[in-house]
Ligand binder design. Sequence first.
Ligand code: NAP
Ligand code: ZN
Length: 348
Amino acid sequence: MISAKGIAAFSAKEPLGPWSFQRRSPKDHDVVIDIQFCGICHSDIHTVRSEWGDIQYPLVPGHEIAGVVRQVGPKVTKYKVGDHVGVGCFVDSCRECAHCKQELENYCLKGMNATYNSVEKDGKTPTQGGYSDVIVVDENYVLRIPKNLPLDRAAPLLCAGITVYSPLMHWKAGPGKRVGVMGLGGLGHMAVKIARALGAEVTVLSHSDKKKADALKMGAHQFVSTHDHSVFQELAGTFDLIINTVSSADLNMGDYFGLLKLDATLVSVGAPDKPLTVSAFPLILQRRNFAGSLIGSIRETQEMLDFCAKHDITPEIEVVSPKDVNTAYERVVKSDVRYRFVIDMKKL
Ligand code: NAP
Ligand code: ZN
């Protein structure tokens, strides 16, 4: 076994704190990764606070992992010691179902093995995430981080980046398409940068006017504060695609559906603890679509990393020490993150 240090949650209400645990010894196809940086995703907070349901504690969160290969198993062919690599939201999947065979492991019909709050392939060992110094992952679920992406800025791409890249590609954001981004947090700001690089016309829909200058600097063509309700009349029927990254269900979804053109789609990637509700009418009236999307596959995540490297797209980050994780959590919950916290795991 490999001894690991981590930052863990011990209950839904207590602050996170240090914890020591064991990683498996590398098997034939495993890669041992020295974790250098790990992003803080709002999903980490939803999970450790049991907002999505009961979980098993202690739990080490973190699925935006960037690091350097320390060791490889005897049959590993894709990576070697010293490579820059990443790990996202899952570390394995059944590899046999129709979706895994189509390289859509994120939609594995048996449920993928999530990076934390799940079990390893043995069906029993709890998985533990990236707020730690080392992780052991099968080479087929490891991503290559292009050399021109610094590891601290690459980390958030492994969840925030891919979660918005996937629906932007699936619903064909690009030249001539008007894309709205609800919420300018970790996911939202990556949606702005990626949609802009794809050639779309991008509007940020934010719940205050505080982030306007930042949004325009990131490449948004337009910024609207939804605090001023008149924007919903002014922009009615003008969007081809809206990506909802908001972490709260405290939204009048009907207002947002009214912004879509005929046949256009609003994709929710935000995963609040309470249901999103909408009357049938805004959907019926212009044959609008309400969709969801879950992270992305391994192939698509690699494609996104290469796309970001090519277009020089990286997140806006604030690097914090492991001891500051609880303060960072409070700031994320208050929408006071600019725009992703990344933990320097070397300081553990
Ligand atoms: P985040 O950094 O906290 O950003 C969320 C943003 O939502 C905030 O910055 C804020 O933007 C807006 N917001 C928050 N509370 C609001 C409220 N009461 N009313 C209106 N707007 C509000 O979170 P994140 O890490 O980007 O994650 C966003 C959501 O996506 C979370 O629910 C997370 O669990 C989920 N997620 C889903 C997937 C997936 O695969 N589908 C993957 C990762 C994360 P403004 O200040 O601009 O309004
Ligand atoms: Zn995430």
